[in-house]
Design a binder for this molecule. Structure first.
Ligand code: AMP
Length: 198
């Protein structure tokens, strides 16, 4: 089963991804995590991506397209995977459709986590405070200014994916303002029947 998570930064994609990974035994492919690992390891891609990520802008479609293409060829993706943070532009969505078509595969469902922006800013402030309280290191892009930029990038570049997947009949909206458990239950109700047919 191939699932895409769509939603602005802070919508809870990471939290819900953990639930899906466990319930359906498919890996979570987060391009943000993969890029952060590349930055940490100072690979050529990481060196290129660091400044772009810190500023809240998007890394090039070519770079992320290659990362995803390589990753989904790995053995643990044989039964499907959950894409978190990819695609983020129409070009990336088209790249993904091409990559999958070449393997005789296609996206099964696109889950859009719908949340309101004011609540997102509150959530982001809480996340920063809690991370600091735990004495953990903050992500370089975890500050209010960059967050606002990332929200703008989502609106401009990523939101057009909603009609793209609607046209394909794959879009399923979920109310991301509910509790974590209630959101998980809504997602299960969408994915269980798809999984049952596999
Ligand atoms: P995330 O952890 O998904 O919020 O991603 C953190 C940052 O990594 C983003 O703000 C972008 O700079 C970069 N990034 C992650 N995924 C993508 C993508 N699919 N396309 C372009 N840039 C991305």
């Amino acid at each position: 089963m191939i699932v895409i998570f769509l939603g602005p930064p802070g919508a809870g994609k990471g939290t819900q991804a953990a639930h899906i990974v466990e319930r359906y035994a498919i890996p979570q492919l987060s391009t943000g995590d993969m890029l952060r690992a590349a930055v940490k390891a100072q690979t050529p891609v990481g060196v290129k991506a660091k400044a772009v990520m810190d500023s809240g802008k998007l890394v090039s479609d070519e770079i992320v397209g290659n990362i995803v293409s390589d990753r989904i060829g790995e053995a643990d993706c044989a039964n499907g995977f959950l894409l978190d943070g990819f695609p983020r532009t129409l070009v990336q969505a088209e790249m993904l459709d091409d990559i999958l078509a070449r393997k005789g595969l296609s996206v099964d469902a696109v889950i859009e986590l719908k949340v309101d922006e004011a609540a997102l800013i509150d959530r982001m402030r809480n996340r920063i405070r809690e991370t600091k309280e735990r004495g953990e290191e903050l992500r370089a892009d975890d500050n209010e200014e960059t967050f606002a930029k990332r929200l703008g990038v989502y609106r401009d570049e990523t939101a057009p994916l909603v009609p793209y997947y609607e046209k394909q009949g794959k879009l399923r909206a979920v109310d991301g303002m509910k509790t974590v458990a209630a959101v998980s239950a809504e997602i299960d109700a969408i994915l269980d029947p798809i999984q049952a047919k596999k």
